[in-house]
Design a protein around this ligand. Structure first.
Ligand code: SF4
Ligand code: FES
Length: 242
């Protein structure tokens, strides 16, 4: 018989429960199992009512970010052998819970949309593809790795404190397009990021960088945006549509 690990999973139905509670499950695990495998085991064999999100199961879709043993991680990229049992599995703390481990990410995606995370190409549009030098590609390539998992937002002490802040992921998205040589929307994005709740709200705790499962240097990119705002004469808090 395979060894068992205790999973303590947050269960909560806001429509029926007064408050969240932890429910304990004994999960039989194999040597290379991940936290996501444990959750799948619970759902298939012990309790089909447990709610959690996952899609790709390989660190690409960003849907299974959870607070595991107190740290924000992707369940599909976290090996059980790297954790001290019992396992405490909780939802992302800075978002309202829909049920159990599933949170409402509406505010996260609204913040991301504010920085216009799409290419606004200038005229003339070339007949074939846009050409970029390797250096032009490097300037924004790191930001394309973001999988919008919201881990950085949940780990951010400024967000946790309740200080208005667009959040690290939105600044990363802004950085990605502001630094794309094909894009002409930088000014509008920088005005948004210059608002009182924009990049300047970051206090350099570096927690976002520590938890990013894609290895993005989140704090560094935020500071690069801050430098661009300063160099461009944008003043913190003056963005009309921020
Ligand atoms: S910057 Fe990293 S932690 Fe933040 S949403 Fe993107 S991938 Fe997730
Ligand atoms: S399930 Fe897609 S990132 Fe984990």
């Amino acid at each position: 018989m395979a060894p068992a690990v205790e999973f303590r999973v947050t269960r909560y139905d806001p429509a029926a429960d007064e408050q969240p509670r932890l429910v304990s499950y004994e999960v039989e695990v194999a040597a290379a199992d991940r936290v996501l495998d444990g959750l799948e085991y619970i759902k298939r064999r012990l309790d089909p009512s447990v709610a959690f999100r996952r899609s790709c199961a390989h660190g690409v879709c960003g849907s299974d970010a959870l607070v595991i043993n107190g740290t924000v991680r992707l369940a599909c990229k976290t090996l059980l052998q790297d954790l001290e049992p019992p396992l405490l599995v909780e939802p992302l703390a800075t978002f309202p819970v829909i049920r159990d481990l599933v949170v409402d990410l509406t505010s996260f995606f609204e913040a991301t949309r504010r920085v216009r995370p799409w290419l606004e190409a200038g005229e003339p549009i070339p007949e074939r593809e846009f050409l970029q030098t390797p250096a032009e590609l490097t300037a924004f390539a790191e930001g394309t790795k973001c999988i919008l998992c919201a881990s950085c937002v949940t780990a951010c002490p400024v967000v946790k404190r309740g200080t208005p802040y667009i959040g690290p992921a939105a600044v990363v998205q802004g950085h990605r397009f502001v630094n794309d040589s094909r894009d002409v929307g930088a000014e509008a994005r920088l005005r948004i990021l210059a608002a009182a709740d924009g990049a300047g709200a970051c206090e350099n705790f570096f927690e976002c960088t520590k938890v990013c499962p894609r290895g993005i240097l989140v704090t560094k990119r935020i500071n690069e945006i801050k430098a661009m705002l300063q160099a461009g004469g944008y003043v913190k808090g003056d963005a009309a549509d921020g």
